[in-house]
Design a protein around this ligand. Structure first.
Ligand code: TXA
Ligand code: MG
Length: 315
């Protein structure tokens, strides 16, 4: 059935076929994943990749993540190693991305990986994207479905917010459960984390020894250098609640509740806070606030990823 927004579709046999055909023709479709919504295109098609970069206004130097149904398909394009299989067994399908060396025989369009000799691969868990991947004979290149440097969308209306009718098909897969982007682990050399996510450095370190970041993670993923994940408002971190009129993002129980207070998790649950982060920032922006203050978020587990995104958004 069609939604009031004529390009947002619920998922059924008909819209599965529609999405698959569209992807086969080299068009771009917005798909739900468990982390955030993506802009998907055929990773083996030059036209599709070109469209993704154009629609997102993404700098060519920032490579895309390639999504597969299973390691068997990924094996055509990248060199899978021991560390990969350990983490794959533990966490996949799920919110984790691996950087691996590209195979010479790989058919991935070179501009999709910004002409690097490595490729980022991921096996998303969401039923919709998995069903679509299973129906295709090519992988899907899929960045988050937002304009470059903005907030990642976590439901179909957020995607509509970003691109209006520019994307012909947005599949409604509900609210993204995790709500922040996948953990990116570089396995092309000594294992290390390039982007923290809901799967924490400590969790990964239990399976594969990684170089654990000291305090502030220095990121060397090409796209992680500049301002990112930004709602387009000034953000000030580690603030105490005060009386002024700015939006205030808080965490945990607080006795004083005001209209300009936005709680990421009343139960001080960091997973819940991560799932609410982009939702809350988008809401604050829509309400017309001009500045955001954020209270201190514990820098453990999912808190590492939350603080990483907040730091980047505040640059
Ligand atoms: O959860 C996610 O990962 C979502 C969903 C849609 O799957 N996707 C996502 O894609 O966040 P994107 O394009 O917004 O972020 C991809 C990140 C960028 O920071 C990019 O620089 C990095 O992965 N990346 C991609 N290929 C890389 C490579 N070969 N080496 C290092 N970093 C890479
Ligand atoms: Mg992104």
């Amino acid at each position: 059935m069609k939604n009031v927004y004529s390009n947002i579709y619920s998922f059924n046999k008909k819209t599965l076929k529609k999405s698959v055909n569209s992807l086969k023709l080299g068009n771009i479709v917005s798909l739900p994943t468990e982390t955030v919504y993506g802009l998907g295109g055929n990773a083996y098609s030059k036209t599709a990749i070109k469209k993704i970069y154009e629609i997102k206004k993404r700098p060519k130097s920032n490579p895309l993540i390639i999504h597969y149904y299973s390691f068997k398909e990924a094996n055509n394009d990248v060199l899978l190693n021991k560390n990969f299989f350990k983490l794959y067994k533990k966490f996949c399908p799920g919110p984790i991305t691996f950087i691996l060396k590209k195979k010479k025989s790989s058919k991935i369009v070179s501009s999709a990986s910004a002409t690097l000799n490595t490729i980022a691969i991921r096996f998303p868990k969401h039923r919709v994207v998995r069903t679509i991947l299973k129906s295709l004979n090519f992988p899907i290149a899929m960045p988050s479905a937002n304009l470059s440097s903005g907030l990642s969308p976590v439901n179909p209306l957020d995607v509509y917010d970003e691109f209006k009718k520019k994307i012909k098909i947005i599949i409604d897969g509900g609210q993204s459960k995790i709500g922040i982007e996948s953990t990116v682990v570089d396995l092309s050399g000594k294992p290390k984390i390039l982007r923290p996510g809901i799967i924490s450095p400590n969790q990964i370190n239990k399976t594969v020894k990684i170089i654990l970041p000291k305090r502030n993670l220095k990121i060397k993923s090409p796209g992680m250098l500049r301002r990112h994940y930004s709602p387009g408002l000034p953000i000030v971190l580690n603030q105490k609640p005060s009386n002024d009129k700015h939006a205030y993002i808080i965490f945990g129980k607080i006795s004083d509740n005001r209209v300009n207070y936005f709680n990421l998790s009343k139960n001080a649950d960091l997973k819940e806070a991560a799932a609410n982060l982009y939702k809350v920032m988008r809401k604050i922006k829509k309400k017309g606030y001009k500045k955001i203050f954020v209270s201190r978020i514990p820098n453990i587990g999912p808190g590492i990823a939350i603080n990483d995104r907040l730091r980047r958004a505040s640059k």
